[in-house]
Structures are given as structure tokens and as C-alpha cells.
Write a protein of this length. Structure first.
Length: 257
């Protein structure tokens, strides 16, 4: 009887190990498909991801090659490109009501800030997010409801850091003139630590809002230089750009000193 119990316990341990390995094996693909499915649903732009690597045992993970496209009407290829990012989560929380992510580190992202000094691509993505998450009809296909359920999964992110990034400022008003400036460090903490948590959509909005704020501030330092270097810019076009810059909070930067 004792030997039988031991054999049963050994079999259960083996099955448990195999189950964990199976979950780890399929989890990467599930997360990748989830990001590429829910991302476009929320932002209304293409979202592509090269690879995901997650370990349910250690709670660590990495993503590679994340590309967030631009809304319709914008000319640059993408809004955000992330070569690699890493995260650390509480393994046991994956099966709970709220996934607890201890840290997310996004390294050296490439941000494109395309603007005509009246609107910009990042604010349009934020507007899309607001439209898709700000309410609406409860009707829809089962697949759409399933995707919305994934997007509304509760999260907690204790520490979110973006470092070493660059902003590519593209001014369509000035014939597509562009310049590159450093992206200041973006550091968000304590996201979703209350009982309600934070959804993926809310997290995305917070991150893009922070990036857009830095992009607007950073672009103000290069608009004047780009305007001076622009060739073939008429007085009317210059005045239009200056008026629009004032509305955007960049007023006076296109005026020659």
C-alpha cells in the first residue's frame, strides 16, 4: 500500500512538471497572439510582435520587436518601435483575479512624433483608445467579446520604466523635415495597486500619454531649427505653421529671432 501511494505521488509530480512545461511552451504563443489581436482592437493601428519569451516558473519574461503602426493619414511607417523589453511578475498571480507585474523595463524605444502642428500621431492613437474603451454598445460577436475580456483583465504594475529612447520629430507642415532628440526617461509607479487594478487599455493610455507629453516638450526644442532650415517655405505657410504651433503649445518657435 505504501509503495502504491509513493508511485501515485511520483506520477502526480511528473504530471505537474509536464503541465507546467506545457503551459510555458504554449504561453509564449498565446501572449503574442493576444497582443497582436487586442492591440489593434484598442488602438485602431497595426501592432506586430516578433517574439515573446515567458517563464511561468521564474516569473520573468521578454518581448522582442514590438511595432505600433500609425493611424490612417500619417505618412511615417510607425509610431513606436521597441527592440526589446523585459518584465518580472508574480508567477502565482497569473491564475488569479489580478496579474501582478513587479516591473517592466522598455529599453531604447524609437518613437516617431509626426505632426502638422495641429494634430499628431500619438494623440490620434490616444483618441482611438478613448473611443474603443470609453463605452459603447454591449453587442458584438463572441470573438469581439472574448477580445474585450482579455483587454479588461485586471493588472497591477508596480514599476514601469522606459529608458534610452529616441524621438524622431517629423513636421509635415515643413515638407516632412525631421530631427531626432533623446526621449527623457519615463517612469511610472504604483499602477493598479488598488482592488480594481488597471486594464491593459488603461495601462497603454497612461504610457502613451507620458510619451506624448515628453515628445511635445522635446519637439519644441527643434521646431525653430527645422523652420530655419526649411527651403521653399512661403510666408503664408510659415504663418500657418506659427499659428498652429501656438495652439499646440509651441508658439513663437517658428518666428525668427
Amino acid at each position: 500500500m505504501k509503495k502504491l501511494v509513493i508511485r501515485i505521488l511520483i506520477a502526480l509530480v511528473v504530471l505537474l512538471i509536464l503541465g507546467v512545461l506545457a503551459v510555458s511552451f504554449f504561453l509564449d504563443g498565446i501572449v503574442k497572439r493576444g497582443i497582436e489581436t487586442v492591440g489593434p482592437m484598442l488602438t485602431k493601428v497595426d501592432v506586430k510582435l516578433d517574439a515573446v519569451s515567458l517563464s511561468i516558473l521564474s516569473g520573468s519574461g521578454k518581448i522582442k520587436g514590438l511595432v505600433v503602426g500609425n493611424p490612417e493619414g500619417f505618412k511615417t511607417p510607425s509610431a513606436i518601435q521597441v527592440g526589446k523589453a523585459s518584465l518580472s511578475l508574480l508567477p502565482g498571480s497569473v491564475l488569479g483575479d489580478k496579474v501582478i507585474i513587479k516591473s517592466i523595463l522598455v529599453e531604447a524605444p524609437e518613437i516617431t512624433f509626426e505632426t502638422d502642428l495641429r494634430a499628431n500621431n500619438l494623440s490620434k492613437i490616444l483618441a482611438n483608445l478613448q473611443e474603443t474603451t470609453g463605452g459603447g454598445s454591449a453587442s458584438g460577436t463572441n470573438q469581439t467579446k472574448a477580445n474585450q475580456s482579455k483587454a479588461n483583465r485586471k493588472l497591477e504594475v508596480d514599476d514601469f520604466l522606459i529608458s534610452g529612447g529616441r524621438i524622431h520629430v517629423s513636421l509635415t507642415t515643413l515638407g516632412g523635415k525631421s530631427a531626432t532628440v533623446p526621449l527623457p526617461e519615463v517612469h511610472l509607479t504604483g499602477l493598479g495597486q488598488g482592488p480594481d487594478g488597471i486594464t491593459a487599455a488603461e495601462l497603454t493610455k497612461r504610457v502613451i500619454q507620458a510619451i506624448e507629453k515628453e515628445a511635445v516638450q522635446a519637439s519644441s526644442s527643434v521646431v525653430a531649427d527645422l523652420a530655419k532650415d526649411a527651403t521653399g517655405l512661403t510666408k503664408d505657410a510659415s504663418k500657418t505653421a506659427t499659428d498652429a504651433a501656438s495652439k499646440l503649445g509651441l508658439g513663437g518657435l517658428l518666428k525668427k529671432k
